[in-house]
Design a binder for this molecule. Structure first.
Ligand SMILES: Nc1ncnc2c1ncn2[C@@H]1O[C@H](COP(=O)(O)OP(=O)(O)OP(=O)(O)O)[C@@H](O)[C@H]1O
Ligand SMILES: O=P(O)(O)O[C@@H]1O[C@H]([C@H](O)CO)[C@@H](O)[C@H](O)[C@@H]1O
Length: 161
């Protein structure tokens, strides 16, 4: 499927989620800012997708990223970030959310598996309680050391590009 068609609004996302439920898909959900995508993101997203049969990516809007990462961010706007992530064949759906956290989105979509990188603990993953209460699982993926969007930005600043 062309990447742009994987970027959906909540109404469409709920219809697709219901369809996946009827066809017994195991739906993984993960979320993030994914401003400058790097090896750590790819490694973690591939492993997250392997926890189920479909994967939904909740992507912070530009305004949400600004709240979380500061006024200078994101470097890449939300449409560019969404298209890039949707281009990964192992991502089945991308949905933008403007809240500070994906809690409302997770409550609407109730995934079977909620995944974050191991920079989070199960206790501090937003939506963990709700997913577990609905019989789902919450997992963290080991980080690839030395990779972060912030460190990439710092490197670029250091070399003065
Ligand atoms: N090095 C890494 N290895 C594996 N997963 C990662 C790594 N860095 C971030 N992640 C995961 O990717 C998701 C998106 O994180 P995010 O977009 O904040 O990446 P980041 O590189 O940490 O960005 P920033 O430096 O701006 O905070 C999160 O679930 C996070 O756990
Ligand atoms: O890319 P990030 O900063 O890892 O993504 C954030 O993750 C937060 C996390 O899910 C909290 O448990 C989330 O609240 C925030 O909206 C970003 O997606």
């Amino acid at each position: 499927m062309e990447s742009k068609h994987k970027i959906v609004d909540l109404t469409k996302a709920k219809l697709i989620r219901a369809d996946w439920k009827n066809s017994n898909e195991k739906v993984v959900f993960t979320n993030g800012c994914f401003d400058i995508v790097h090896l750590g993101h790819v490694d973690y997203l591939e492993q997250a997708r392997a926890q189920g049969t479909k994967m939904i990516l909740g992507l912070n809007t530009d305004s949400s990223v600004k709240q979380l990462k500061g006024e200078e961010r994101p470097i890449n706007n939300e449409y560019a970030r969404a298209r890039l992530l949707a281009a990964f064949e192992f991502i089945d759906m991308v949905i933008l959310f403007s809240d500070e956290t994906p809690l409302n989105l997770i409550n609407e979509l109730i995934p079977d598996v909620l995944v974050k990188g191991a920079d989070y603990t199960i206790e501090n993953i937003v939506g963990a309680k709700e997913v577990i209460a609905n019989g789902g699982e919450v997992k963290t993926i080991t980080l690839v050391e030395g990779f972060s969007t912030s460190s990439i930005i710092d490197k670029i600043r250091k070399v003065g590009l």
